[in-house]
Design a protein around this ligand. Structure first.
Ligand code: BG6
Length: 525
């Protein structure tokens, strides 16, 4: 929980540490309760890049209970010291967090390691013994984290249940709990997601399951609800009477890097749109929840997603979307390879690395307002934003020749996190000439402190039992029910014109034509 206060005398620039604290707001930092976190996939990329840096940061900020423990499990043959050393290297090299000897020693002292494959029933007996020996010191609360390829999720949940680890350990106090965090991708279409939910639910109750979508942990995404519902002036215009359309963009300048094998299976629709972009859409468009609590918020998001009009099937679905694949090109002035030349990618791959689609929402607030979603790799820059484009004034009295841009509210998710409102202003001078200008809020300069990484927020929330920032089973299934018909249509008719955009461009020309057909154009963030 963060409580903000306005310093006496208004938000003047801070002159002392105390004033600085008041300026940014007094933080009542939360501390996670004691628990043992078990990471399946402890030698993998996610653990190195995200989980260990997040845990180390949380510990340094005293946001973990002092008695926490982490048990890493993977099939890499390490002992505990090797594991700790590898994790130290990872935190140092991959996260940019300074690793200090003293705090690292304290952190490393909390690490344990077991080497095994995940289908070995013996592993779970060893794990149980390890947990039982740690629990008297570290507490009886358990979190299992599946940081593995998706094919292993249900292997792990079934084995945990078989070993009785879907419940707190014997002898645990009545308040103890066992939870499981599952990484994305959660399924690869509607059927597989439903099957996965069924199998996970055979081992764990829904209330124990925390499905990760790291976009929900981003401060700027969390701020959308505050922006919408803690301010009185936006709600009256947040609807079809004032909004012309909405664009949600998640652009990346990186390619598929070393993840060619995964990407060949996934593609942008599965990798980005089905989860991150639909989550953002739901938060932007949902109704106010009855209370700011997990279930009311998740209920409203689900209700919104259920009101999104289905894409139809086959040609009908394809007409509401555009796909693309990058060829060679220049990104940030450097020549880069096309997707088909990336490691582990087929030279004739028809997998999409760009997707754009148009969704409409059938409810009173949004009927007739298109939501355009787009995401792609090897675009000119890394930028994620939501742009609300408002309707133009009904009559323009400044002459037909006046250059004119509609009012636009841009929520910048990353980088340069902030919110800008674009409106027309008169260019100083005798004549009346217009130019758009921005009112711009920047997180960095307004709060003057770094934002927590999404994984820090999410890990701590899971420890605290706060589920608001995790994807509920029904949201995930609804998101798949929206995207699966398009996946199937694309699969049935592989693209013949790939690659259709040069790395470093804003995607295929078809994406521009797609909006031009509606008399609109994409913003260039
Ligand atoms: C992941 C996708 O979920 O999100 C990646 O699998 C993508 O392909 C990443 O690069 C983007 O996350 P962020 O936080 O860098 O926008």
């Amino acid at each position: 929980m963060v409580t903000t206060t306005t310093p006496p005398g208004g938000p003047a620039a801070p002159s002392s540490e105390l004033a600085a604290a008041l300026y940014t707001g007094i933080r009542l930092e939360r501390t996670a309760p004691p628990c043992i976190l078990v990471i399946f996939g402890a030698s993998g990329d996610l653990t190195r890049r995200k989980l260990m840096p997040a845990l180390y940061s949380l510990m340094r900020a005293q946001r973990l209970a002092p008695s926490f423990a982490v048990v890493g499990i993977s099939n890499t043959e390490w002992d505990r010291d090797q594991f700790a050393e590898e994790m130290r290297k990872a935190v140092h090299e991959l996260s940019g967090i300074p690793v200090e000897d003293e705090s690292w020693q304290a952190f490393a002292g909390r690490l344990r390691y077991l080497s095994s494959t995940f289908d070995d029933a013996g592993l779970y007996e060893r794990l149980k013994r390890e947990l039982a020996s740690l629990a008297p010191d570290c507490g009886y609360n358990l979190i299992f984290y599946c940081a593995t390829p998706p094919s292993l999720f249900t292997v792990i949940t079934a084995q945990l249940a078989r070993a009785g680890l879907n419940h707190p350990l014997d002898g645990a106090p009545a308040t103890a709990w066992a939870r499981i965090i599952i990484e994305k991708p959660f399924g690869r279409d509607l059927k597989s997601a439903q099957q996965l939910n069924r199998e996970v639910h055979q081992a764990f109750e829904e209330s124990q399951v925390y499905r990760i979508d790291h976009y929900l942990g981003k401060e700027t995404v969390r701020n959308i609800l505050v922006f919408r519902f803690a301010n009185g002036i936006f709600e009256p215009i947040w609807n079809r009477r004032y909004v012309d359309h909405v664009q949600i963009t998640v652009a990346e300048s990186i390619g598929v890097e070393q993840r060619g094998r995964y990407y060949e299976e996934a593609g942008t629709l599965r990798d980005m749109i089905q989860n991150h972009l639909l989550q953002v859409l739901a938060i932007v468009a949902m109704e106010a929840p009855v209370r700011f609590e997990s279930e009311p918020v998740r209920d409203e998001k689900l209700k919104l997603l259920k009101s999104v009009c289905g894409l139809g099937t086959g040609a009908e679905a394809m007409a509401k979307a555009v796909r693309g694949q990058y060829g060679p090109g220049l990104v940030h002035g450097q020549p880069v390879a096309g997707y088909r030349s990336e490691p582990d990618v087929s030279p004739s791959s028809t997998r999409e690395t760009f997707a754009a689609l148009k969704l409409t929402i059938e409810n009173w607030r949004w009927a007739g307002v298109p939501f355009y979603l787009r995401s792609g790799k090897r675009l000119p820059k890394r930028v994620s934003e939501v742009a609300i484009i408002f309707k133009s004034p009904p009559y323009l009295m400044f002459g037909a020749e006046a250059r004119f841009e509609p009012n636009t509210l841009v929520i910048r998710i990353q980088p340069d996190e902030g919110i800008a409102l674009r409106f027309e202003a008169k260019i100083p001078g005798a004549e009346v000439r217009l130019r758009p200008v921005d009112m711009d809020f920047h997180y960095g300069s307004s709060f003057g402190e770094a934002q927590p990484e999404a994984y820090e927020t999410l890990l701590q929330d899971a420890m605290l039992g706060e589920t608001m920032l995790f994807a509920r089973y029904d949201f995930v299934e609804t998101a798949w029910s929206l995207t699966t018909p398009l996946l199937e249509a694309w699969q049935a008719q592989p693209a013949k014109n790939f690659p259709n955009y040069a790395a470093g461009s804003w995607g295929p020309a078809e994406a521009d034509e797609f909006l031009a057909r509606d008399g609109r154009e994409w913003r260039r963030p």
